[in-house]
Design a protein around this ligand. Structure first.
Ligand code: GLU
Length: 411
């Protein structure tokens, strides 16, 4: 049975790289009807960042990457200690000033066939120094803890980022020392930015919680992450989680580094917004803007008019965050002539008794006729933008009072 795990260290908020690793593990487990395990690697106590563990689970929960078993390494200290002592007894490890070091036998080659690219990776043991497995504070190092746990937890495939590839020979030496079978190793190539350099904030790569707060949808993010290095064949780009689970296979994961292109994520997010029905969109927006009274009341406007606005907004926004810009405009700077027009508009709007798109439109037309000006000026006066969502509908939702307030502000 396939059993895979992620072993996040609570040393920071997960970014797109380690979240993709989690997702690939999850996809593989689901595809093979295996188990997916989360093991918190908190053995390096000095590097623990408050809130990081909570963020790890928040992200998994948000994305719906559910796990079957959960472990915390700091609760398993004794297990690692016993295993270190076992190696000391076998003379395969020795004490070194309070720490325990593994004795590396030279003259051998350490190799494995990596499931990514199906290629043999080998290291000469000579280049590996005797390494610490138990620190003087009684905590195990990553190497010991991860090997012991992967064995005891019956992990069949270790799928992790390729920044760990240089640790794998040490792990293999430990498996051999204990006399244990080794799992299959699959090292995922590191994600790069569009300029092929190490991914960073410059490329728009933020923590996954930041992406959530920027208004990306989980469906879009999963789809986007899935295609970061995995190519199921064909050029289908929009795939839901079920399709991805059905198709996922380690042999289709590229050995070459995938490129993180935020523009592609934006595009994909826009696609998911466009196909979303308005009810779901309203629910998402209410959640996203749950602290924003203006938007919440906006979302409670006359459903028909709101539907009209949402249908259009969906074609123009790439993230939930952009919704606000679409409907809550900026205060524009007006020229003298534009101010005159704004005054006329204010007067016409003031006299409207039944505030709806028809009456708003006819008031606007009246202004355009008397002032001989372009519609874009009215747009600018009321929204601060040159163009955007249809004005009469937008202003109907905004309400008479707020519209007048807005024009007054501009004046
Ligand atoms: N703690 C490591 C990480 O944060 C785990 C590496 C592994 O999966 O073995 O990625």
């Amino acid at each position: 049975m396939v059993r895979v795990r992620i072993a996040p260290s609570p040393t920071g908020i997960p970014h797109i790289g380690n979240t993709r690793t989690a997702f690939f593990n999850y996809l593989f487990a689901k595809h093979t009807e295996g188990k997916f395990i989360v093991r918190i690697e908190d053995t390096d106590q000095g590097r623990i960042v408050p809130g990081a563990k909570k963020a790890i689970f928040e992200i998994l929960n948000w994305l719906g990457i559910s796990w079957d078993e959960e472990y915390v390494q700091s609760e398993r200290k004794n297990i690692y200690k016993e295993h270190a002592e076992d190696l000391i007894r076998k003379k395969m490890a020795y004490k070194d000033e309070g720490a325990v070091r593994f004795k590396v036998s030279t003259n051998r080659e350490v190799s494995w066939v990596d499931a990514i690219g199906n290629k043999k990776v080998s290291f000469k043991a000579d280049v590996i120094e005797d390494f610490v497995i138990l620190k003087s504070d009684g905590f195990p190092t990553y190497h010991l803890a991860s090997v012991v746990d992967d064995h005891l937890m019956n992990i069949s495939h270790v799928i992790r980022g390729d920044e760990w590839i240089s640790s794998t020979p040490k792990h293999i030496l430990l498996y051999d020392a204990f006399g244990w079978d080794k799992p299959i190793f699959a090292h995922l190539s590191v994600i790069l930015g569009t300029d092929k350099t190490k991914l960073s904030k410059r490329h728009g790569a933020k923590s996954v919680l930041d992406l959530k707060n920027d208004g990306y949808l989980k469906e879009a993010l999963l789809n986007f992450m899935g295609l970061l290095g995995w190519n199921p064949g064909g050029d289908k780009e929009i795939m839901n989680i079920k399709e991805m689970i059905k198709l996922f296979d380690l042999k289709d994961v590229n050995a070459a580094s995938p490129i993180f292109d935020i523009k592609k994520l934006d595009w994909m997010n826009g696609e998911y917004l466009r196909i979303m029905n308005n009810e779901n969109l309203k629910t998402l927006l209410s959640k996203f803007y749950d602290q924003d009274k203006n938007i919440l009341s906006y979302l409670k406007s006359d459903p028909k008019t709101l539907d009209f606005i949402l249908d259009l907004a969906k074609t123009r926004m790439k993230t939930l965050k952009e919704f606000k810009d679409l409907i809550l405009p900026k205060v524009p700077k007006l020229s003298g002539e534009e101010k005159n027009i704004a005054e006329t508009l204010f007067e016409k709007f003031s006299t409207i008794k039944i505030w709806n798109k028809m009456t708003i439109l006819s008031a606007m037309k009246g202004v355009l006729n008397t002032q001989k000006t372009k519609g874009s000026i009215l747009y600018k006066i009321t929204t601060g933008f040159e163009k955007g969502l249809p004005l009469p509908e937008s202003l109907e939702i905004l309400g008479k009072e707020k519209t007048l307030e807005r024009i007054k502000k501009v004046l």
